[in-house]
Design a protein around this ligand. Structure first.
Ligand code: FMN
Length: 296
């Protein structure tokens, strides 16, 4: 990688790495304030800022969060935990107080933009934290514990957790992860399909490791393949592993880690959950007169 950077910002952005081991040193309130300010100054659709950030420094709360995040222990070790939420509650109240019409929670467009707004706010804080010598890591597994989070954080209707961010001074320098070459990700003018060879080569460079093909792993992987694509595909996967003598990163990622059979499960439950949180953008919207006609 090119170590010549035109300025410190580019160096920070390119050399950053997620931090999962934190020093006991607390984050000074004025430093934290700068980070939070940097977040809320991120670009956002129409400058509506439909998000809220719950700042957690209480140790008991952090310990409860560990269980909600699949036992990721560093959640309790980080001095500051931030939970980023889409928040249409505040805007809905504003509209109501001002007698303005409001349908944002019934709109996929609004949901889509507010998700981006929330993440951009978080990412500004990540960069601000890096620039001040702090480390951070996102925790995405909040998606498995929406209800519990709502209860612990006392989230009102129309507030949906998106992602968590751990912040603190790093204990040691976190290892950097490789990325795909820019050429594969950025397309000049139009989408460019790489050859199979180029694609595989780029991914082998990014993930230069293999996993051992133990009988147990093979059995698990074959079962996932069978569930998702049927017995013939499972046989092909196993034959490929026997031929190569190892489990490849793609097989490991989607067969054993972000398991393809589990990944696509429960979509309807998420839709129900959405409704429970006060969002109904997945339903057809019926304006006032139609609703009146329907109820007659
Ligand atoms: C949306 C999102 C969710 C993530 N969730 C987790 C998580 O639950 N636990 C974790 O340790 N890291 C999590 N990460 C961090 C990624 O694993 C990390 O960014 C990725 O492996 C690249 O490594 P790097 O950030 O060090 O470059 C998450 C990152 C993002 C953007």
């Amino acid at each position: 990688m090119n170590n010549e950077y035109p300025n410190e910002t580019i160096r920070l952005l390119v050399e950053r790495a997620s931090c999962r081991s934190f020093d006991l040193r607390p984050v000074e309130p004025e430093i934290l304030q700068h980070i939070l300010e940097a977040g809320i100054h991120a670009p956002n659709g129409g400058n509506l800022q439909p998000y809220s950030v719950i700042k957690i420094e209480n140790d008991d709360t952090k310990r409860r969060l560990v269980d909600l995040c699949g036992g990721q222990k560093y959640v309790a070790q980080a001095p500051v935990v931030l939970v980023f939420c889409i928040d249409w509650h505040r805007t809905a109240r504003w509209a109501d107080l001002e007698r303005a019409p409001f349908t944002a929670t019934s709109s996929f467009r609004a949901f889509w933009i507010s998700l981006q707004d929330t993440v951009l706010c978080a990412q500004n804080m990540v960069t601000a934290a890096d620039s001040l010598g702090l480390g951070s890591v996102y925790i995405g597994s909040v998606i498995e514990s929406f209800r519990e989070l709502r209860e612990i954080l006392e989230l009102p209707d129309k507030v949906l957790p998106v992602v968590m961010l751990l912040l603190g001074y790093p204990r040691g320098k976190p290892p950097r992860q490789k990325r795909l070459a820019t050429r594969l990700v950025v397309h000049d003018e139009k989408y460019r399909e790489p050859s199979d060879e180029e694609l595989l080569d780029a991914l082998r460079k990014k993930y230069p490791w293999q996993r051992q093909a133990t009988d147990e792993a093979l059995e698990k992987l074959a079962a996932v393949c069978r569930t998702v694509h049927g017995p013939q595909f499972a046989d092909e996967c196993v034959a490929r592993i026997r031929r190569d003598g190892f489990i490849s990163p793609a097989q490991w990622y989607f067969g054993l880690w972000y398991r393809a059979d589990v990944l696509a499960e429960g979509n309807e439950a998420f839709v129900d959950l959405m409704e429970e949180f006060g969002f109904d953008w997945f339903k057809e919207y019926h304006p006032f007169e139609e609703r009146e006609r329907g109820s007659r």
